[in-house]
Design a protein around this ligand. Sequence first.
Ligand SMILES: Cc1cc2nc3c(=O)[nH]c(=O)nc-3n(C[C@H](O)[C@H](O)[C@H](O)COP(=O)(O)OP(=O)(O)OC[C@H]3O[C@@H](n4cnc5c(N)ncnc54)[C@H](O)[C@@H]3O)c2cc1C
Length: 400
Amino acid sequence: MKGTADVAILGAGIAGSVMAYQMAELGWRTVLLDKARFPRHKSCGEFLSPESAGMLSALGLAEAVAGLGAAPMNRVEIHGPSGGFLEFALPAPAIGVSRYRLDTRLHQLAKEYGAEWRSPAVVKKVAEIDSAKPELGFTIDYVQHGESRRLQARAVIGAWGRNPQTGLMQPSGKGANGRPEAGDAGREGGGREPWMGIKVHYQGLMPGEAIALYFFPGGGYLGLAPIEGGRVNAAALLPRAAFREAGGSVQGVLDRAAALHPRLRERLRAGEPIAGTQAAVAPVNISRSPVPWRQFALIGDAAMVIPPLCGDGMTMALRSVQLAAPLAERFLRGELALAEWREQYSAALTRELKRPLFWGRLMQAALGSRCWAPPLLQLGSLLPGLTQRMFRATRLDGLD
Ligand SMILES: Cc1cc2nc3c(=O)[nH]c(=O)nc-3n(C[C@H](O)[C@H](O)[C@H](O)COP(=O)(O)OP(=O)(O)OC[C@H]3O[C@@H](n4cnc5c(N)ncnc54)[C@H](O)[C@@H]3O)c2cc1C
């Protein structure tokens, strides 16, 4: 692309790719950059929650995702850290699809609509062209094929995932409402043991139509979810110390979970991990307060991290695009000042996230506790209506 782009999107996970597709479809000169080499496997439960269906339709993505052969899920199984069990129906079907396939399809769509693709391209620095006139746009310095390059864009969207890229911005980096952003990379709720995520695909397991969650004592869990092609995704989230204790490998984590949960052991025995599908990520920031804006809008995990246990991170990423894209469009048309975009987007995102953040954190902590999990699971079995209400409380406001 010669000259200034209309919008540069930094990160091509689910949030950045969908944003790029939306902006390119509207006719804006869009550049999408990511440091990764695609396609790639990614540490993720690969569970697209029931709420995602409506959002995918509204974003014009239903057909594209339907073509990926996703596996349906209609139940949740929870296996407590010391033996309790709870099963409940999802309010509507969820689907399982690998990030390998989903992200690749989203990249294709963005490119088909004219977004310019730069990968692997590591973004190093973003700066306002003139800090007194932020409407003039930004310069983005990145490294591609070992060469330093620079791009100019009228608008920038940060979609770089869950770890705050605090070194990326010029020194004045501010959080929502002008407050400095908490430096909480890789820490739970801002300051405890760092976590880590792993995943591997299995073949030969009965896929079933449930997402099954097996909790570890002391926090963390392993989830099994059916995905395309009759495969099952096994993904775990656990404190780094527990990962080390499990031998510091994906297989070690699976063995540890199987040793704790006999039903899981039986299930895994029937299948085998698929070579080349393993992925691990650390540190994992499992929950932090929303940061919808720095010098520009942040979307997806860059803006908010809800506990992965809620299985809603991808849906929230889609929701953040739904909120950000129309405002970006109005800004580029000259109908909205940058400050108005910031105000409206920050207020909407913070409002919608309040409830799922609170309940998601509470559920993740309670279900990983030896003390709280058994009575909670028992109560849930006795009162299915309460279980449904608790589940709904972890979902985005206004979508139920
Ligand atoms: C173990 C685990 C299990 C999970 N399970 C689920 C689940 O079952 N369901 C669900 O909905 N959510 C789940 N999540 C959460 C979900 O993975 C995220 O919410 C989702 O990936 C967010 O998408 P995103 O596009 O914001 O970020 P990402 O998908 O993380 O994409 C960010 C992109 O930015 C790129 N990037 C970062 N820095 C730079 C840079 N400097 N320059 C260029 N590119 C950069 C990265 O390479 C990456 O591709 C899980 C998370 C974990 C850790």
